[in-house]
Design a protein around this ligand. Sequence first.
Ligand code: AMP
Ligand code: MG
Length: 439
Amino acid sequence: MPNDTPAESETTRTTLSNVISCLSDYDPDALPVPDAQTIIRQFIQPINAVEKVAIRSALDRVLAADIVSPINVPSHDNSAMDGYAFRGSDLQKEHDLPLKIVGTAYAGRAYEGSVASGECVRIMTGAVMPVECDTVIPQEFTRDENEQGVTIPAGVVRTGDNRRLKGEDLAIGTPALQKGRILRPADLGLLASLGIGEVPVQRRLRVAFFSTGDELRSIGETLDEGCVYDSNRYTLHGMLTRLGCDIVDMGVIKDDPAALEAAFRTACENADAIITSGGVSVGAADYTKQMMAELGDVTFWKIGMRPGRPMAFGKIQSHGKEAYLFGLPGNPVAVMVTFYFLARQALLHMMGASAVEAPPMMRVVSKAAIRKRPGRTEYQRGILSINSEGIQEVRITGSQGSGVLRSMSEANCMVVLEHDRAEVQAGDLVNVILFEGLI
Ligand code: AMP
Ligand code: MG
């Protein structure tokens, strides 16, 4: 399945050095976050392989074709209220209007007769409007209601009120959903309202990942002196699953050239993208960087960001297959931050998603001062809350160390302090990205 893309020939033509040469002032040892994002964005190509799925299975998938409405929604003019349908031309400004009831229209069972001037039809919400009628008065606004007739008090409705027009939601032939959209619950309902049971979506992205480091132990193993449990594979599992990827968890790989080469080759031959953690920092006494460089077109960066300075990016090849590579740093918070701000958008773009812009940012008051140096983007873990005056404010979680995963777990948002920003004073506005959204 992986590497089966029509866009393949195109991807092999794009080399990293081509992309990088378009950037002025490129310095891999002091790369601003926006530049790293630009290079990644330009190098990555969508996978472009389509499958048809039932709409229930299409949730969170990327739509692979425009959907045009095959019908009018609603298909007829109908009533928005329970009440009485009549001719709006019967209304007179200052006089009550007595009407004779000539029949009833139910949702799904129309009134087939005609309605003359001075007459009305009892009508239910969603029932088709009788042809001669253009106005509905809600039942609760009427007076003197009995079996034979009802009175419409002067001034409570105007012609055309409480009528839903044919095609008002969506007219036949108009675009309902666009290619590249990540389908949400409302979209599933919209497709159902058009009678569409199956849609073409991009196939899921296959992402392989592993952790590197001799000090890492997996759950269930003894934690020897100086060792830590591997947590990165679990945060990556969570983040990739949320993004809708098919994942291949390859475990912990020791700092050993043969083991690393085998892992990179297996990952490359079985996935569209590879994410590793650890082994990319300066002076690291391991073979991760060496193996990445040997197997492909990979560049090593020191990004102007905190946490998450070192990172490798590129594409590697093995036995005619290729895969994009994101070599994330080892520190647990750095892994999450580089994933969210550098890898996420790239993966969405590979998935064929069209709106791959950064997540929405809010400007919020900082409760306290925050230390910040210009020249790097900082991603501080924050807690957004509402103060006693009902105003939103943010404070950062205690320790902001890049190894302190608790800071991510306690936080409900990321405070993004931009590249040129200096010291934040209490009361200053800062940019915040919420972890959780409604949909
Ligand atoms: P490295 O980038 O390999 O030098 O790792 C930086 C720091 O992150 C070291 O303290 C590692 O022990 C830690 N680290 C690396 N990988 C993991 C992992 N998978 N889980 C938890 N900590 C890790
Ligand atoms: Mg390491």
